[in-house]
Design a protein around this ligand. Structure first.
Ligand SMILES: Nc1ccc(C(=O)N[C@@H](CCC(=O)O)C(=O)O)cc1
Length: 475
């Protein structure tokens, strides 16, 4: 089986690279991934999958299905990009492009790798006339959108027995840690315009309200759980004229903590601060819930399987050219980024002291597996899938050690030959685990029992209120 998967993915390397390149060169932000989603969906159709578009009431979400009956194994693919992260690929200096959007989190690789895994499983099922269904989930809006959380709420994953996914990074490891739950909410203040010099007493400044709210939240930070994170972006400053009192201003808050309940409590307190700011400035406050996601629930049985398969994965060694490119990327990082390279990979649950990386810029080894009880300081909507379907995720080395996510260097390496090798390594490990789950009923049973054990005592509630629909980025 291993040989079949490896050979299949090697043979189709150029095909998958071209898909990753297409997504990379059509970067689109949350819920506007029209080009990327149709390209991938069409590729699924051409491979013989049946495609249902617009699932979960999201235009850029889709499910591609192949096969018959149980078990149903799902691969989760993302393809959204980020604002502010455009960069000329394969360059080692900062060279943003005219378009502001770029693949600074490697989702062109993520989506394509998961698709490649689904294709490899399909080929294997075909060859051996095996029962079972493979599904590729086209999941939009991971960045600031929680697309999968909406999809979970709409029942898109209901019939799936197990789900697999991965994320690009500088190392090969099993992402066995939890992640932070979060809420994203917009606070809009409405005041009264006025001449800022002639009649300032008649104006009521919405911008003042935003500033006072931010000051209030700065004081809140001292009194929340230590893992909590509170970020904000001022999405409307009210205009560019200092001599006009700003009548409309808006701030978007991202509130994170290990548990949804903790996020909810902080959210209630942030709302009080916003109300206080409105009271102080005599402005009117409108609160709009934007999106939310849960904390990630690991499945140890599946992680063990995934680690065994990842350890069997085999890709071509880095070339001299790739090593030189990586060296230049390494030197483009700041001192703190280089010094903190271990911290970054520990965030992906790399286990070790880094000694195997001495004088190296690219990881070639597979990290030992550890059932981590850590909580990553980031969030992912894969978390909501993990509450309703047994889920496991790995990470594969696609970038130079020290490369932070959401950096121009991450975009710069997004379609490099090394990144594509990592993408195919991830596809191999996921496909082999998928087949194992489909053919070894004892293994699947163990995975499902562990999941049921958890859900029995921890029922899932979607953190996004019923009436909230996905929305595009406020540009
Ligand atoms: N394996 C990973 C999965 C997600 C991320 C990540 O950066 N996620 C965004 C998602 C934010 C959101 O939930 O809106 C973040 O934490 O800021 C990082 C590594």
């Amino acid at each position: 089986m291993e040989d079949f998967i490896r050979d299949y993915l090697r043979e189709k390397k150029a095909f998958f690279e071209q898909i990753s390149q297409f997504i990379f060169s059509h970067p689109e932000t949350r819920f506007e991934e029209y080009e990327s989603a149709s390209f991938l969906a069409e590729a699924c159709e051409k491979q013989g999958f049946e495609v249902e578009k617009g699932v979960g009431n999201i235009a850029t979400a889709f499910v591609a299905t192949y096969g018959k009956g149980a078990p149903i194994i799902g691969f989760l693919g993302e393809y959204d990009a980020l604002s502010g992260l455009s960069q000329t690929p394969n360059q080692t200096t900062y060279q943003p492009l005219e378009t502001d959007i770029g693949h600074g989190c490697g989702h062109n690789l993520l989506g394509t790798g998961a698709f490649a895994a689904a294709c490899a499983v399909k080929e294997y099922l075909d060859k051996h006339s095996l029962p079972g269904t493979v599904k590729f989930f086209g999941c939009p809006g991971e960045e600031g959108g929680s697309g999968k959380t909406f999809m979970v709420r709409e029942g898109v994953f209901t019939d799936v027995d197990a789900a697999l996914t991965w994320h690009p990074s500088p190392v090969n490891a099993i992402m066995s840690a939890s992640s932070l739950a979060n809420y994203q909410i917009s606070f809009a203040f409405k005041g009264t315009t006025s001449h800022a010099a002639n009649s300032p007493h008649l104006g009521r400044s919405a911008l003042d309200a935003v500033e006072l709210m931010n000051v209030g939240v700065n004081y809140l930070r001292e009194h929340v759980v230590p893992e909590a994170r509170l970020h904000y972006a001022t999405t409307n400053t009210g205009g560019i004229s200092p001599n006009v009192v700003q009548a409309n201003a808006e701030v978007l808050y991202l509130i994170r903590a290990p548990k949804v309940k903790q996020v909810e409590d902080m959210y209630q307190r942030v709302c009080k601060i916003a109300q206080g700011a409105a009271l102080m400035t005599e402005t009117e406050l409108t609160i709009r819930f934007d999106k939310a996601c849960s904390n990630y629930i690991p499945n140890r049985s599946m992680e063990n399987m995934l680690h065994d398969q990842l350890s069997k994965s085999d890709v071509e060694k880095p070339t001299e050219e790739e090593k030189l490119f990586a060296k230049d990327i390494w030197h483009s990082l700041t001192d703190s980024e280089r010094e903190g390279y271990l911290e970054i990979i520990e965030g992906f649950v790399y286990v070790g002291n880094g000694e195997e990386f001495a004088n190296k810029y690219l990881a070639e080894t597979i990290s030992p597996y550890e059932a981590s009880d850590k909580i990553l300081s980031g969030s992912t909507d894969v978390a909501d899938v993990s509450w309703v379907v047994p889920t496991a995720q790995l990470t594969a080395a696609t970038s130079t050690l020290g490369t932070p996510l959401h950096s121009w260097q991450m975009t710069a390496q997004g379609i490099s030959s090394f990144a594509h090798k990592g993408m195919l390594r991830a596809a191999q490990a996921m496909a082999m685990t998928g087949i194992q789950l489909m053919t070894d009923s004892v293994a699947l049973k163990e995975v499902k029992e562990e999941f049921q054990q958890f859900t029995k005592n921890n029922p899932y509630t979607c953190p996004i209120p019923k009436e909230i629909q996905p929305s595009v980025l406020n540009k």
